[in-house]
Design a protein around this ligand. Structure first.
Ligand code: GDP
Ligand code: MG
Length: 155
């Protein structure tokens, strides 16, 4: 049986170096805010190679892995955690397909990117991985607070 909908589900979203360089941090935040998600952590970071290898550990045998790490170290990233109903799956839908050429228009990648190796944003792919990624990128933890509009977002 599927678990009940969780309005406190958390997902890790990150503007990659190309997203930061192209001035898309605000756009990404705006889309998640307008959808109804609550920002509960955010910061700029210059991750080490080891940190990125941990983040992308499941891809270490892929031929594009070295290039991916170089790309991810080419400038600052902007790290975010959003909370809300079905945040992981909905967050992935808002990002669009991994390869921007197949991302639907209206998604972040489908509106702002062309190349799979420059796809401007990251989003967790499962609740379990989201929790791992939040621990990795925000060992200091996330914030708890109420949105005054919560009753206008949720029944
Ligand atoms: P995501 O979860 O949609 O980000 O996709 P993956 O977890 O499969 O891959 C992580 C990241 O690696 C992607 O967002 C791309 O930046 C990069 N990547 C994935 N597949 C390819 C590929 O075939 N070629 C290149 N150059 N990069 C890739
Ligand atoms: Mg992934």
């Amino acid at each position: 049986m599927a678990p009940p909908p969780n309005i406190h589900e958390r997902t890790y979203i990150m503007a990659k170096p190309d997203g930061v360089d192209r001035g898309l941090i605000g756009e990404i935040i705006t889309r998640f805010e307008k959808r109804g998600f609550k920002l509960i952590a955010a910061k700029l970071a210059l991750p080490t190679k080891q940190h990125l290898e941990d983040h992308y550990g499941d891809l270490k045998d892929k031929p594009f892995f070295p290039g991916l790490i170089t790309y991810m170290q080419s400038g600052p990233v902007f790290c975010m955690v959003f909370e809300g109903l079905d945040a992981v799956k909905t967050g992935r839908a808002m990002l669009g397909a991994t390869n921007p050429l197949t991302s639907q228009p209206g998604t972040i990648r489908g509106d702002y990117a062309l190349a799979v190796g420059r796809n401007i944003c990251h989003g967790s792919d499962s609740v379990e991985n989201a929790e791992k990624e939040i621990k990795l990128w925000f060992p200091e933890g996330t914030l708890q607070y109420q949105l005054s509009q919560a009753s206008m977002i949720y029944e």
